[in-house]
Design a binder for this molecule. Sequence first.
Ligand SMILES: Cc1cc2nc3c(=O)[nH]c(=O)nc-3n(C[C@H](O)[C@H](O)[C@H](O)COP(=O)(O)OP(=O)(O)OC[C@H]3O[C@@H](n4cnc5c(N)ncnc54)[C@H](O)[C@@H]3O)c2cc1C
Length: 303
Amino acid sequence: DDGQIAKPTEFVKYKLVDKTEVSTTCAIFTLRSSGGAKIDHRQVHDSCALTSVQFKQPQLQIARSYTVLPPTKDQSPDDLRFLIRKERNGEVSGYLHRLRPEAEIEVRGPGVDYILPEDVGEVVFLAGGTGIAPAMQVAHRLAGKASVHVLWASRQREDSLGGVSDTKAQKSLGFGSSLFSWRAARADPTEASVGNVAATNAIVEQMQDLKHAPGSQLSPSTSLVIDYFVDEEDTFIQAANVAQIIESERASGGSRLILVSGPEGFVKHWAGQKEWVGGKEVQGPLGGVLATLNHGNWQVVKL
Ligand SMILES: Cc1cc2nc3c(=O)[nH]c(=O)nc-3n(C[C@H](O)[C@H](O)[C@H](O)COP(=O)(O)OP(=O)(O)OC[C@H]3O[C@@H](n4cnc5c(N)ncnc54)[C@H](O)[C@@H]3O)c2cc1C
């Protein structure tokens, strides 16, 4: 891992070495340094910071942020991976999805979006759409160290294809009455099945792998739990789902966080709008559904 490390503010050249379709609108992009200065990959993956990288659209000279996916076990240390949705009429995401294999891209970073507290004991992560990327970072950083419960909402099943909830978090079954204990959920995984799903996409696969990280299955206080919600299947994350989790505290110590990440509307619905103060985006007051829950010693963070 030698070579020159670029300043986070300096654009450097990477190339697109792989693009794997996840669904009709999302793909995993794998980038590799073109040989010059590169982003500090160690800081990207090993710090307690949640990080993203900015991609430049050269014609318009605009840049947008994309969250770095945690490394897989067979990933080259030279590579960075991203889950990118092609937004309708999206300038930068459209440009990225049109790139050819081996195309050169200018990127800079890492940008630090949030720093996890050192003493974190328990996290509930509400993710909407590509908001799953920072949830995966959190799961990776805290593997074997804290309890992480991800509730991931997608509009379409294709985005979470093959995803099977660990607790029965389906609307039709009623979450409250059927929340499995950590042990029960593992003893009978078929019980928690969402249905007969034929295949598993690469994101769901990596989510499953994250559950088996060393040390993470030793006890509920260090394990990863994932529940999948899909709009088109009429399963939505409900206030009661979150209430039940925060009332049932899995970890005995440390700070407790509710992290919310996803499209603007998703974050606003759960935690209220972020605000702009002096050209900087700040948390803004807690609003939305979470403001109505008795969240006691849980801190809410909008990503
Ligand atoms: C810290 C951070 C991390 C992020 N991580 C990820 C990630 O991992 N993956 C990911 O996919 N995204 C991520 N995003 C979002 C990403 O940065 C971009 O915002 C997203 O890709 C859209 O950018 P775009 O240039 O393609 O779309 P834009 O051109 O900015 O358009 C966005 C949307 O607005 C609509 N729009 C544009 N102009 C108008 C108009 N005049 N009137 C009405 N509608 C309009 C477009 O149709 C489009 O749907 C992240 C954002 C942040 C801040």
